[in-house]
Every structure is written in C-alpha cells, then in structure tokens.
Design a binder for this molecule. Structure first.
Ligand code: CU
Length: 125
C-alpha cells in the first residue's frame, strides 16, 4: 500500500515536470541570453548578385527588431555585416544565424562587408 502511494507520487511529479516543460520549457526567455528567433522581428534577406549585395537597399522600420538573414549565395567576408553609424559589426556564419539588431533612428545608412568592397544601403523609416 505504502509502495503504491510512493509510486503514484513519483509519477505525479514526472507528469507535472513533462507538462511544465511543454508549457514553459521551450519559451525563448528560458535560456538566458541566447535569442531563439523572434517572431515579431522584421525579416530581411540579403543575397549576392553581380559582385555585390542584393538587394542593394534593405528597408526596415525604426524601433522594431530586425532579423537579417544572409543567404547561402553570400560567401567569405561578405558574410560580415557592418553599419558604422549604428555601431553594428556582425558576422553571420550561415543562413541559420541571422544578424539581429534594432534600428532606433530613421535614416539612410551604408552597410559594408568585412573589407569594405561590398556595400549597400540600410534605409530605416
Ligand atoms: Cu568584403
């Protein structure tokens, strides 16, 4: 009798744990400072065409986080994304690792690759 009670108690704990994991375990805030995708972010994709970034102008809204995916056509130092005026210096190792930033001030900014031979315009509205 005592054994059954203990078993039920343990089973109850396990079930609560599993439910807890489903409800809370997979939320983005649960793993500290690792950002796991932000569905409210503005999604922008940058590719490569004719020796430079394509499209040449990316347009985003100020005040909302941006997730910039640098697609598989972009290689080498073009995979780094730098906007000097906004203090952005990022490197995206592959398309699954987007560059994340939040532009706060509307304006026209120039973005460049790691060595400055590739560039484009970041238009913040
Ligand atoms: Cu470069």
């Amino acid at each position: 009798m005592e054994f059954r009670k203990t078993t039920l108690f343990i089973l109850g704990i396990i079930i609560l744990g599993v439910l807890g994991f489903f409800f809370f375990g997979s939320s983005p805030s649960s793993n500290g400072n690792v950002v796991v995708g932000n569905e409210d972010a503005q999604q922008v994709t940058l590719g490569f065409k004719d020796g430079n970034y394509y499209p040449q102008t990316i347009t985003v809204q100020a005040g909302t986080p941006v997730e910039l995916t640098i697609d598989g056509s972009v290689t080498g130092c073009f995979r780094s994304f730098n906007v000097k005026a906004l203090n952005i210096q990022e490197y995206s190792k592959d398309p699954s690792e987007p560059v994340r930033f939040t532009p706060t001030k509307p304006g026209t900014y120039r973005f460049v690759c790691g060595m400055g031979m590739g560039s484009g315009i970041l238009l913040v509205k």
